[in-house]
Ligand binder design. Structure first.
Ligand SMILES: [Fe+2]
Ligand SMILES: [Fe+2]
Length: 282
């Protein structure tokens, strides 16, 4: 975020007052100043559009045929099952058969619906010179949402945890909480689409507040934060990125089980099997 030095000095009581401050006091003052600027910018953005309130969104719950938290694999793009969808037919698709020993790439190719957002996120992280683990975390950050949108960071981290480093799972788990909290030091702002999705007056739930505090003070904070930074600008429908961009990184940082995902006896294997056959009646 660009800082207007003069404005900052005036806000602190002038040059003499700033000179009398300790280094720490100046750092705190700078952070307060940046946060107040971000708050003001957020208030301005909120004013411009007619965002719904939490109460208005709650009012829609019993007017839908399905709950908002349901994962994408279980719903059609648009229609009765998904009234808020924007494209695609009103029915779910017949899914292609999966190989007997499916790998992560098979899931990307045959089960993760419209992974463009993930590809764009991963590609952006790569272009910005992030570590390979962060690139992988960006590539995987929303896979939980294919399964369950509510608490998708937690579902995602649980799904991938046995097959990636702890750092990658951490980044995926905590990006969910961090998305609600601006960080002016790295130019991260509250996402405007959250006003639309959660309501303009939404306050994150206590478990999210706690998760934020925990992640904020963790040694891997920046890994999770980088996921949110590369997430925010990754919704461009005109950019096409293929799986090939990530084959090397997946090869180095993802461990596919020899039996195939879903069949390795891991406590999360059933979740992968549900992806393989989401049409099972029970
Ligand atoms: Fe996410
Ligand atoms: Fe995302």
């Amino acid at each position: 975020m660009k800082i207007d030095n003069e404005e900052l000095i005036v806000s602190l009581g002038g040059a003499a007052a700033v000179a009398a401050m300790t280094h720490e006091q100046r750092a705190d003052a700078l952070e307060d100043f940046q946060i107040s600027k971000l708050d003001a910018r957020a208030a301005e953005r909120r004013k411009k559009e007619n965002f719904p309130t939490v109460a208005e969104l709650e009012d829609k719950i019993d007017k839908r045929g399905t709950r908002q938290g349901m994962g994408k694999i279980f719903r059609a793009q648009k229609g009765k099952l998904n009234p808020d969808g924007t494209t695609g037919p009103d029915r779910v698709k017949r899914l292609p058969k999966m190989p007997a020993k499916p790998t992560l790439i098979d899931f990307f190719e045959h089960r993760f619906r419209s992974p463009a957002h993930l590809f764009q996120s991963g590609a952006l992280a790569k272009r910005r010179g992030c570590s390979e683990e962060v690139v992988l975390a960006c590539l995987l950050h929303d896979v939980g949402g294919f399964f369950m949108k509510a608490d998708h960071g937690y579902y995602g981290a649980q799904l991938i945890e046995p097959y990636v480093s702890e750092k990658v799972a951490f980044a995926v788990r905590y990006h969910q909480a961090l998305r609600f909290y601006p960080d002016p030091a790295v130019d991260y702002e509250y996402p405007i689409r959250y006003y639309e999705a959660f309501g303009v007056d939404y306050v994150p739930m206590p478990h999210i507040q706690k998760a934020y505090e925990y992640a904020r003070n963790h040694k891997w904070y920046m890994e999770a934060r980088l996921v949110t930074i590369n997430d925010l600008y990754s919704f461009n429908p005109d950019i096409e990125i293929s799986m090939d961009e990530f084959r090397d990184i997946i090869g180095r940082h993802w461990r596919d089980p020899a039996e195939g995902l879903g069949y390795d006896g891991n406590p999360v294997a059933h979740m992968w099997r549900t992806f393989i056959n989401p049409d099972a009646p029970l």
